[in-house]
Design a protein around this ligand. Structure first.
Ligand SMILES: [Zn+2]
Length: 413
C-alpha cells in the first residue's frame, strides 16, 4: 500500500485527497488538495471557475498522528469571484481564516468544555490565547441560529471579569437553563440590543424576566417587553441586606478601642453572613454571645435573618404583609444602612413578591450561573470579552461536541 493511500484512509477528511508525504523536524507533513473540480469562493462559498493565481503553499495543523504532529500542506488558489472580487478559495478541511483543521478545532472545543486550561493547551500543543480564537470559530459554526425562538421566561444577569472592571450581560432561558445570548456591557443599551435582536413579536411573548434592581435593566425590560413581569432576583435582593449587615459590623468595629474586642468582632463576619444551619460550633458560640457583647450588631443580624425567612415563605400575600412590617422595623431600627435598604425594598416590592409567586430566580439556573463563574476564572489569558463570551456559549448553551473518531473507508480514492 502506498503511503498516500494509507494516509488518505487514516485521515479520512471529506473531499480531500493526500498527494504527498514528507517528514520534517517537527513531524509529518501531508500534501493535500480538494477533490472537487471547481473551487469555491472563501468569501461567499459559491463555485467560481475563474482562477486568478495560486498562492504559496501553507500549513494547517491537524490532529496528531500517534503522538506525532501532523500538518496539511496546500497552495490555495485565488479566485475572481463575481460577488466578492479576488478571494482565496475555500478548503474542505478548514475555515477560511483558520490555520487549524475542523477536526483539530472540534477536539479543542470538546476538551475546553470540560477540562482545565493546562489539559487543553498541553494535549493539543496550542497556546491558551489561540484556544480562545478556535473556540470562537467552533461556537460560530455550532450555535443554533434559532436559540432565541420560543423564549418566555428569561433571566438577565451581569458578569464581572478582569478584576471586576469589565462586564458581560448574559441572558438565560429559565426553561432550559441555557445561556441564549451574551454581550459586553451592563447598561440599558446592552440589554436593549438583546430585545432588538429578538424583534417585537418575540418580545411580546416574554412573560417573565428575572433581573437585579438596576435602573438600566428595569427600563430596558419595561420598554421592550411590555407583557413581561419583572421579578427581582432573590440573590441580588438578599445581597443588599447582607451588605447592610456588613456595613453595621464594620462601623461597630471602628467604635471599639480595645484591640482584642475589635478582632473578636472582626472575626464574626462569616458567622453573621452564613445561614444558621451552616454554622460551626465556634461560630454558634460567637453568635450566642452577640446579644450581650454587641446589641446593635445583633439587631442587624436579626434583620438579615428575618428577611431571608420572609422570602422562604410561599404565600405572596403573607410575604407582602411581612415585608411591609420588615421595612417599617428596618426604617426605625436606628441602623442607617438598613433604613437605606428598606427604602430600596419598598420601591421594588412588587418585583420582590413576584419571586415568591413564581419561584423564578437566576439562582434556579444556579448550575449555569456557577458554571459561568468558573468559566470566567478560566478565561484569564484569553483576549477580550468575545473570547469569554465564546467560552460561555461553548459550555453553557447546550452545544454537544464529540471527539473526532475516524473509521477506515476502503473504497475512497
Ligand atoms: Zn464570493
Amino acid at each position: 500500500m502506498r503511503a498516500t493511500t494509507l494516509l488518505n484512509t487514516v485521515l479520512g477528511i471529506k473531499f480531500t485527497r493526500v498527494t504527498g508525504v514528507e517528514f520534517t523536524q517537527d513531524g509529518l507533513v501531508c500534501d493535500v488538495e480538494p477533490t472537487t473540480e471547481i473551487p469555491c469562493c472563501g468569501g461567499c462559498g459559491r463555485r467560481v471557475r475563474k482562477v486568478y493565481d495560486q498562492r504559496k503553499p501553507r500549513l494547517w495543523r491537524h490532529l496528531d498522528l500517534a503522538g506525532m504532529s501532523l500538518e496539511l500542506r496546500y497552495a490555495p488558489r485565488r479566485l475572481r469571484c463575481a460577488a466578492c472580487g479576488v478571494t482565496t478559495e475555500m478548503v474542505p478541511w478548514a475555515d477560511p481564516m483558520s490555520w487549524f483543521t475542523h477536526a483539530f478545532e472540534q477536539t479543542v472545543g470538546y476538551l475546553a468544555q470540560e477540562s482545565s486550561k493546562t489539559v487543553v493547551s498541553t494535549m493539543m500543543r496550542v497556546a491558551w490565547a489561540t484556544v480562545g480564537a478556535i473556540i470562537g470559530r467552533v461556537v460560530e459554526r455550532m450555535l443554533p441560529s434559532d436559540r432565541l425562538a420560543g423564549l418566555t421566561h428569561i433571566g438577565v444577569d451581569e458578569l464581572s471579569y478582569r478584576k471586576h472592571h469589565k462586564y458581560v450581560t448574559i441572558v438565560v432561558d429559565h426553561m432550559t437553563g441555557r445561556v441564549v445570548w451574551a454581550r459586553e456591557g451592563k447598561n440599558a443599551e446592552t440589554l436593549r440590543s438583546f430585545f432588538e435582536e429578538l424583534g417585537t413579536e418575540r418580545c411580546a411573548l416574554i412573560q417573565a424576566v428575572t433581573i437585579d434592581m438596576s435602573k438600566a435593566y428595569i427600563s430596558a425590560v419595561s420598554e421592550s417587553a411590555p407583557n413581561a413581569q419583572i421579578i427581582f432576583d432573590r440573590f441580588h435582593v438578599q445581597r443588599l441586606v447582607h451588605d447592610a449587615l456588613d456595613e453595621v459590623r464594620r462601623a461597630e468595629v471602628r467604635t471599639l478601642e480595645d484591640s482584642q474586642e475589635r478582632s473578636a468582632l472582626k472575626n464574626t463576619r462569616f458567622a453573621l453572613q452564613k445561614n444558621p444551619w451552616n454554622l460551626t460550633k465556634i461560630e454558634q458560640t460567637k453568635l450566642t454571645e452577640l446579644p450581650k457583647t454587641n446589641a446593635t450588631l445583633y439587631r442587624a443580624y436579626l434583620l438579615k435573618e428575618s428577611f431571608a425567612a420572609i422570602l422562604d415563605r410561599r404565600q405572596p400575600n403573607v410575604v407582602l404583609m411581612k415585608l411591609e412590617e420588615w421595612i417599617s422595623w428596618a426604617k426605625h431600627s436606628g441602623l442607617k444602612p438598613f433604613a437605606r435598604v428598606a427604602r430600596t425594598i419598598a420601591q421594588h416590592l412588587d418585583g420582590i413578591v413576584a419571586y415568591v409567586a413564581t419561584g423564578l430566580s437566576n439562582a434556579r439556573s444556579e448550575g449555569t450561573n456557577g458554571k459561568v463563574r468558573t468559566i470566567t476564572r478560566r478565561s484569564y489569558g484569553l483576549h477580550g470579552a468575545s473570547a469569554l463570551i465564546a467560552l460561555i456559549h461553548l459550555c453553557c448553551s447546550g452545544l454537544n461536541l464529540q471527539p473526532v473518531h475516524v473509521l477506515p473507508r476502503f473504497h475512497q480514492n
